[in-house]
Design a binder for this molecule. Structure first.
Ligand code: SF4
Length: 335
């Protein structure tokens, strides 16, 4: 490590905590390379940064899969691809079930309800299903609606905006340099184009990815820098949960200390973003991990099940927030 970065925690304290300026790629790498005995210190700093620049509220979100499985893309981590021997079969849910899920989500205190479909991008049928679903939810439930429907055309961006979609999720998944090792059926740049159009249309951008997909620490730092350039409103951080039947099914689970160091590093690169623990954290971090993460820079959680694997029950997360005295962000604050 160079002399300049030898004291990266002190540099970050001054630059990120005091001035609100995120770490650059080289600095993020220095955090990712910190020894284990520095972990608690850097997690504490990440927590202080989040409290200072985001406040104590934690955003709670619900997620529903409108169309599951049978996707034509080959993202090597994904059990919803139709190209692998994955156990997830193609299925759709109907509008009444969608509305019911939105109601249950709102009851937990969640402010955001995200409608997800496993597709390369939406076709006409999916767009009209989404439009009908959003209208039905709006008539009965007071919650903001987000969508995650893959890559979009400009016309589709405009349609979603007109439907009142508040936030759009589209993950870059990994760094630009590692992406071709993860997906071969489309490019990182195609994903970037969708994100740019979403931002320009005035919707909030939610963009994150998965750590532990064979990327080097340098590439992990590059990914944080890619995200910092995009300036997303929200970053869901996933840890690979190697699913049987996918090309990444045999990869090792990221060690807990490495995952927590990454949580801190991404918070220090993105001081103002909503940083959300997404899928995979149970197997990487265990129960303790949720607690350490929430006091290590995370300020959003998903309630209920993840898309294809069982997450922790909603009550567990909500009890934890209460225990940690972290208030749930209220709906009127986000309107
Ligand atoms: S990550 Fe999305 S685009 Fe890729 S295979 Fe899975 S559902 Fe399809």
């Amino acid at each position: 490590m160079t002399g300049v970065l030898a004291d990266i925690v002190e540099i970050a304290r001054e630059q990120v905590l005091e001035r609100g300026e995120g770490l650059n790629q080289e600095q993020v790498l220095a955090v990712l390379q910190l020894p284990d005995d520095k972990l608690d210190e850097v997690l504490q700093l990440a927590h202080d940064v989040r409290m200072k620049w985001c406040g104590p509220e934690v955003e709670v979100e619900g997620i529903i899969s409108l169309k599951t499985g049978g996707c034509p893309e080959d993202c090597h981590f994904c059990s919803q691809s139709g190209l692998f021997e994955s156990p997830v079969r193609s299925a759709w849910i109907d509008i009444p079930s969608l509305v019911e899920a939105a109601k249950q989500t709102a009851k937990t205190g969640a402010t955001e309800f995200c409608i997800v479909a496993a597709v390369r991008g939406p076709d006409k049928r999916l767009m009209s299903q989404v439009a009908a679903g959003i209208e039905a939810i709006r008539n009965e439930v007071d919650i903001q609606i987000a969508c995650s429907l893959g890559m979009l055309t400009q016309e589709q961006v405009d349609e979603l905006k007109a439907m009142g979609v508040h936030r759009y999720n589209h993950n870059l998944e990994t760094s630009r340099s590692h992406f071709p090792n993860v997906v071969t059926t489309h490019s990182w740049e195609e994903r970037w184009d969708t994100l740019r159009m979403v931002r320009e249309a005035g919707m909030e951008v939610c963009c994150g990815g998965i750590l532990g997909m064979g990327e080097t620490l340098e590439q992990r730092a590059e990914f944080a820098a890619n995200l910092a350039e995009l300036e997303p409103d929200e970053v869901p951080l996933n840890f690979l949960n190697p699913r049987p039947g996918t090309p990444f099914g045999d990869l090792d689970v990221l060690p807990a200390t490495e995952a927590l160091r990454a949580v801190a590093a991404f918070r220090l690169a993105l001081p103002r973003t909503i940083l959300r623990f997404a899928g995979g954290r149970e197997i990487t971090l265990g129960d303790l991990g949720a607690q350490k993460g929430i006091v290590g820079g995370i300020n959003a959680v998903i309630v209920g099940n993840y898309l294809t694997t069982l997450g922790r029950p909603a009550e567990t997360d909500l009890d934890l927030l209460q225990e940690l005295k972290m208030p749930i962000k209220a709906l009127n604050e986000t309107l």
